[in-house]
Write a protein that binds this ligand. Structure first.
Ligand code: DNO
Length: 343
């Protein structure tokens, strides 16, 4: 495995020099953040980012994410131009040495939580998703400031998107995803870039918007849409693991033996009886996932892709981007190293 760490660029409070000091840290996971979704990233900004990361002694191998424009998910005629732009980004990133691109196919909203700073008994804070709170949230009428949500949507724009999605079924979303893959995977193959879809988080429809990258049957279906090593997964243990029906170690076993996991997000979650969940410290006993079994399985299957510790809690008084501080993610990385060595 190659250990990696997400970094949000020059504005990130966590410095590259600190990330490098985490034992066994090999690579940075990052993106160009100042280009609107759907447009082409300039070669100059890609190479500047690469130079910055490499000057810090880290690898520039994984992009998270190149976001997919809503018109592609909706299957609108304008999708063709956005798909062309997407292909150009794959070419440019591949030419700059990037080997994995993470993306997702969630309508409108990326990952969703109901609170970002829930205080735990030990005084740390974490991200939580409480069902009763979600049921009361109305994205069209109220607070729109959750991270992961594209803050560029204004109320009217959001209403239009919801109206457009009203007629999109899960089958439509599958068809639109299939069209997207049939266009981009040949380019990814040519430029040596492994595409790695991120599961939906949480893995079920929210606010009546369809979600399809959710469970084993659907991951099987996804991989068959385009049967190529270059059409693979970002296996996120926390996203998939908050659905009690997903057997995470078994899924890791299956997809890593098939060689279709290119990138993993390792996060533990504590599942609550009503389907709510709290993100926990990485250690198995802190949450509901058997992290040791996951790592043992990867090691056993000879996994040599990228792993990053995912969201941490905020600990030791650190403030900053919720889930993306230095301290708890560094503890997560150290824990992953320990499990790997032991395995
Ligand atoms: C959350 C992240 C996601 C992820 C995207 C991938 O912290 O795992 O926002 O980056 O869904 O496209």
């Amino acid at each position: 495995m190659k250990l990696s760490f997400r970094w949000y660029g020059a504005d990130d409070a966590v410095k590259l020099e600190y990330i490098r000091q985490i034992p066994n840290m090999k690579s940075i996971v990052t993106a160009i953040y100042d280009v609107p979704v759907g447009l082409i990233w300039s070669e100059a900004s890609i190479s500047a980012l690469k130079n910055t990361v490499e000057a810090a002694g880290l690898g520039f191998d994984v992009i998270e994410s190149v976001p997919v424009h809503e018109d592609i998910k909706l299957g609108k005629p304008s999708r063709e131009q956005y798909i062309e732009n997407y292909k150009e980004n794959i070419r440019r990133l591949g030419s700059a040495g990037v080997s994995v691109i993470c993306y997702n196919f969630m309508p409108v909203f990326d990952w969703t939580r109901t609170k970002l700073d829930k205080e735990l008994p030990d005084g740390s804070t974490t991200l939580v998703y409480y069902k009763d709170q979600l049921d009361k949230m109305d994205p069209l009428n109220g607070e729109l400031a959750l991270p992961g949500w594209d803050s560029s949507y204004k109320k009217e724009g959001l209403q239009t998107l919801f109206d457009e999605y009203a007629s999109i079924t899960e089958e439509d979303l599958w068809a639109n995803l299939s069209h997207f893959l049939s266009e981009i995977i040949p380019v990814a193959e040519e430029f040596g870039v492994k595409m790695a879809i991120h599961p939906d988080d949480p893995p079920y429809p929210i606010f009546s918007l369809p979600r399809i990258i959710t469970c084993e049957a659907n991951l099987d279906r996804f991989l068959k849409l385009y049967d190529s090593e270059y059409n693979g997964l970002t296996f996120c243990t926390g996203s998939l693991g908050c659905a009690l029906t997903n057997d995470i170690p078994a899924m890791v076993d299956k997809y890593s033996s098939l060689g279709r996991i290119h990138f993993l997000h390792l996060r533990n979650v504590k599942n609550l009886p009503d389907g709510s969940f709290e993100e926990s410290a990485h250690l198995s006993e802190c949450g509901s996932l058997d992290m040791a079994k996951i790592i043992k399985t990867l090691k056993h299957n000879g996994f040599d892709g990228y792993i990053r510790p995912d969201h941490g809690r905020m600990i030791w008084g650190e403030s900053g981007r919720a889930g993306y501080g230095l301290y708890d993610r560094a503890l997560g990385a150290a824990y992953i190293n320990g499990l790997w060595e032991m395995a």
